[in-house]
Ligand binder design. Sequence first.
Ligand SMILES: [Mn+2]
Length: 330
Amino acid sequence: MNTFQELVSYLRKKDNYILVGHEHPDPDSLGSMLGLYFGLKKMGKTCRLVSADPIPPYLSWPGLEQIEHIPTDFDPGDSCVIVLDCEPQRTGSIASKVQKAECLINIDHHERGRGIGQIVYVDPGAAATSVIVYRLLLALEIPLDLRIATALYGGIIGDTGGFRHANTTSGVFKIAAELVEYGVKPAPLAREIFSSQTYDFMRFLGFALTRLQIAAEGKLVWIAVSYDDFHDFKVVPEQTDHLVNFARMVDTAEIAMVFREIKPGEIRLGFRANQVDVGYLARYLGGGGHKLASGATLLGNFEQIVLRVVELAKEYLNAGEIDERNNQFT
Ligand SMILES: [Mn+2]
């Protein structure tokens, strides 16, 4: 782990950068990439933006069109690769090339990130990677503008759920207020991120909510959607990343879970909590994330995995931990 100052000095030194975010990019991943991209360009650096997965179609921030979608054949050459908002292992189909880059910088805010690179800067206290980038631009004395402010504001509302999650601090509000001074329009940005659902998704959501189940006096809430269900509603699983937030809306929920069979036999599991450490549960299952928002990918029979994880979560709610001796998952 490096200090913030070491990261700042290193960024000044190099001239060619390629910025990469995580697979299935979310607003914070994209916002931190774009904010740093425009900043480094202002410093006279050469800079490229690369993503292994396509950009969500509902976002319209300036600069998103600059992101090169390179699912394969990624070659960093002699550029310095900066991985934002995840560890280099999580950059999707280009991950092996990213990890082998001669110059690698990792900037992240995920707890227990297994960052690698010449410079690794992880601040789990930051509400979003976009917050870290905001501080970086300040330290590098780069003047902000509307494009940078839009990207960083979008990243911040993405990761704070529109200033509703536990990571929403007074510092976050101060940065957001400053970004609005640059001309950011909070309402259309929030609408883009939180209220731009397709007709097909809304119909799918109606179905998914009929699948809502509870256990442990309602403390455990979950939704399980199979591969066939996605197919029936013509919905791509990637468009349903936020489904777990609907499970979390149940008033008694302490742990909310969504099981999505994104490919036959490949189940993506998302956790949300208000207080309980679901990062522990995700790591137990070979995944990762934050204390209150985490996830894992499991392979096997869909119904069996749902049953086993529900039992595991019940045990965790009762005992506050899981007996490693019973671990059937890793
Ligand atoms: Mn983030």
